[in-house]
Write a protein that binds this ligand. Structure first.
Ligand SMILES: Nc1ncnc2c1ncn2[C@@H]1O[C@H](COP(=O)(O)OP(=O)(O)OP(=O)(O)O)[C@@H](O)[C@H]1O
Ligand SMILES: [Mg+2]
Length: 259
């Protein structure tokens, strides 16, 4: 009888809880190959080599990017743009609360953003620092003295994600198509130049990863791609020509995700 009561109690009380926990458990993380497939799909090409932070591309300096503590950083407000709250790989993006003295230069607080990552430091994180250096956005990196978390300081990119702007919100469908056409040309120029000149392929141009500013007539003035984190950045192989990259860009743009 007691056994039956216990069994009944399990079915009525414990089992639903267990089921809830089991069904709510986080899905297993995707493997690098699955991320690649998700991002590139049928736009994958033999000249698109491995992720930028793959060990074979990292030199000693790259590998030492978090060997030191990042001192002199005063965190300011947390950025609250969509996609900025908490990413899959980062814990948050912050403004600075005070100016920062880098090795060679003093930065005003308003010129810098800080990305704080989940540790431990691995190729994903090292690859982001390497990519930021290669495109000229890197300021500093290291472990935060307060909590030991890896953090990187980068140049703040002007503008905002297009979908958060008043211009986009009030535009009708043809207005939005026109804005997207203007953006496409500017994004293409950035992506193709990085790929051709730096051998760095940014493949993750979601609307969250592009900042725009507008002219007085509401046309796009500037358009800048950001987010150099895993899994969006690949090394471009030597066989790729500029026209291979341009062709790839057209397809990738037409298949872009999260717009
Ligand atoms: N250099 C920058 N200047 C200004 N804003 C930035 C900069 N880098 C990122 N942001 C803002 O913060 C948001 C989140 O940053 P980012 O895209 O690098 O990380 P994420 O996509 O959230 O994280 P994950 O690395 O997990 O993909 C961006 O969508 C953008 O609006
Ligand atoms: Mg992003």
């Amino acid at each position: 009888m007691l056994q039956m009561r216990l069994a009944l109690q399990f079915v009525l009380l414990i089992a639903p809880l267990w089921f809830k926990t089991a069904t709510q458990a986080a899905p297993p993380p995707l493997s690098p190959q699955q991320f690649r497939k998700f991002l590139l799909g049928d736009r994958d090409r033999p000249w698109i080599e491995d992720f930028y932070g793959s060990d074979k591309y990292l030199n000693d300096e790259d590998k030492n990017a978090f060997k030191q503590r990042l001192i002199g950083v005063t965190l300011g407000e947390k950025l609250s743009s969509p996609g900025a709250v908490t990413g899959s790989f980062n814990e948050g993006m912050y403004m600075l609360g005070a100016d920062y003295n880098a090795k060679d230069k003093k930065y005003e607080a308003s010129e810098v953003v800080v990305k704080i990552l989940y540790g431990p430091v691995d190729g994903k994180i090292l690859g982001e620092v390497k990519a930021l250096k290669d495109v000229g956005y890197f300021i500093a990196s290291g472990l935060l003295p307060s909590n030991g978390k890896p953090a990187m300081l980068m140049k703040k990119i002007d503008g905002a994600q297009i979908k958060s702007t008043g211009v986009w919100k009030k535009a009708n469908q043809s207005g939005r198509e026109e804005l997207l056409n203007q953006m496409k040309l500017l994004v293409k120029n950035e992506i193709v130049t990085w790929a051709d000149e730096k051998r760095l392929l940014h493949a993750d141009f979601t609307s969250y990863n592009i900042h725009v500013t507008f002219d007085k007539d509401d046309s796009i003035k500037t358009c800048r791609v950001l987010d150099f984190g895993f899994p969006g950045i690949f090394r471009v192989g030597t066989s790729a020509t500029k026209s291979d990259i341009e062709e790839w860009f057209e397809l990738q743009w037409n298949n872009r995700k999260q717009w």
